[in-house]
Write a protein that binds this ligand. Structure first.
Ligand SMILES: *Cc1c(COP(=O)(O)O)cnc(C)c1O
Length: 403
């Protein structure tokens, strides 16, 4: 049987010990897959009693989740200091959707950070507006202007730090404090750092969103999302999510639990390699800027150092001059970097990105970078030997420089 760990353990130890309730896992080390749509009652009295309970770990209908889902949800809650509970979703994108739907109603306004993951912006613009919720995009780096962005009807703010593609780190504690002073729910997409890299709730966030598809899955073979909430917001998140039929597959949850156990070492390796590659890229004439908060001197590094305990090897590289065909030559010349969107797996990835297509409140490229010909690529650094990745990038830069 799994023994109960002491309370004051480090994140790395928690990744190993979390979510292993002996009454569900039995003698198995990692919680096994429990597939069930149907749970049988002892008798009619038990069925009647079951109707009234909705507590953790009481299994009476598949859509409420079973032991495998609970083990993953518990593990994520244990990894987030200050959390009251976690809900799971079949994709990462369903997580911000359900977090927003659990805190907003018709007539409300939501503030959305302008550097949010593009599909999260789409939820706000194309779904919430249809339900009578207004949306305002704002620049999360403009701390002084933030209180003025909060109107009488504003009820929630959605943050993401670092922001998607442009990688700005915002001052989450300061924004959360200002938002709370006006009664707003504070939502943060914490997918880049994850709970071991940034303690969202401790820094003032109410609902912390993760695309488990990325770091927790870690092997590019599953899709899952989660929202971990504090005691104020967890009950309504749970109620609304179950009402709208949200649940994750036990098979995917078992894979995610397996991924979780090695997430610490994978992220550490991705970060160390990412830093070495970022330092190498920064020295190159072909590169205008490396947007990677873990890199000393990079935008957002000071806030990252103050608030974060980790990160991952996801970065955006702004190229100097040249044109779109040059960027395509660079991307296509790489042989160890696959061309793909969804990162967080063991394999390195590259993608030409276009932050300028979506922004309405923030500049692209970020302030201080020459906008002439500023084309960007995003790199996800996987688990390969970084020297091989640098050699591959060297070939890519040679293709970029060809005329
Ligand atoms: C990938 C991603 C998501 C969505 O996850 P999916 O599982 O692909 O739907 C949400 N937020 C961020 C920041 C992401 O990078």
């Amino acid at each position: 049987m799994a023994k109960q760990p002491p309370k004051d353990i480090a994140a790395a130890t928690r990744l190993v010990a979390a979510g292993r309730r002996p009454e569900w896992t039995g003698p198995a080390v990692n919680p096994p897959v429990w597939r069930a749509s149907t749970y049988l009652y002892e008798d009619s009295a038990a069925q009647e009693a079951g109707r009234h309970v909705n507590a953790d770990g009481l299994f009476h209908y598949g859509a409420r989740g079973g032991p495998t889902q609970w083990a993953l949800a518990d593990a994520l809650t244990e990894l987030e200091p200050g959390a009251a509970g976690t809900m799971l979703y079949p994709t990462g994108l369903a997580a911000p959707a359900m977090a927003l739907l659990s805190v907003l109603k018709a007539g409300d306004e939501v503030l959305v950070s302008d550097n949010s993951y593009d599909p999260s912006r789409n939820i706000a613009v194309h779904a919430l507006r249809d339900y009578g919720i207004t949306v305002r995009f704002f620049d999360p780096l403009d701390l002084a202007g933030f209180p003025a962005a909060i109107g009488d009807k504003t009820r929630a703010v959605l943050l993401e730090s670092p922001g998607s593609l442009s990688m700005e780190v915002c001052d989450v504690p300061a924004l959360a404090k200002a938002a709370k002073a006006r009664g707003l729910a504070v939502l943060l997409d914490n997918t880049w750092a994850g709970p071991t890299g940034f303690q969202a709730i401790r820094h003032g966030v109410d609902l912390s969103i993760l695309a488990l598809t990325k770091h927790v899955g870690g092997h590019s073979d599953l899709m899952l999302g989660s929202v971990t909430a504090n005691a104020q917001y967890y009950p309504r998140l749970r109620k609304r999510s179950l009402m709208l039929g949200q649940q994750a597959s036990p098979d995917d949850c078992a894979l995610a639990l397996r991924g979780l156990r090695t997430m610490g070492v994978r992220l550490e390796r991705s970060s160390v390699s990412g830093l070495a590659i970022a330092e190498w890229l920064e020295q190159r004439d072909e590169v205008a800027a490396v947007l990677f908060p873990m890199l000393p001197g990079a935008p957002g590094h000071d806030l990252w150092k103050r608030d974060f305990t980790g990160g991952c090897g996801l970065m955006t590289v702004v190229m100097a001059g040249r044109d779109a065909p040059a960027r395509d030559r660079l991307v296509d010349a790489l042989s160890l970097f696959g061309i793909a969107y969804s990162w967080g797996g063991f394999e390195s990835l590259v993608l030409g990105v276009h932050p300028e297509r979506d922004r309405t409140a923030m500049p692209w490229p970020p302030r201080g970078i020459d906008p002439a010909g500023a084309l960007a690529i995003r790199l996800w650094i996987g688990l390969e030997d970084p020297a091989d990745l640098i050699a591959d990038l060297e070939r890519g830069l040679a293709a970029w420089a060809q005329s």
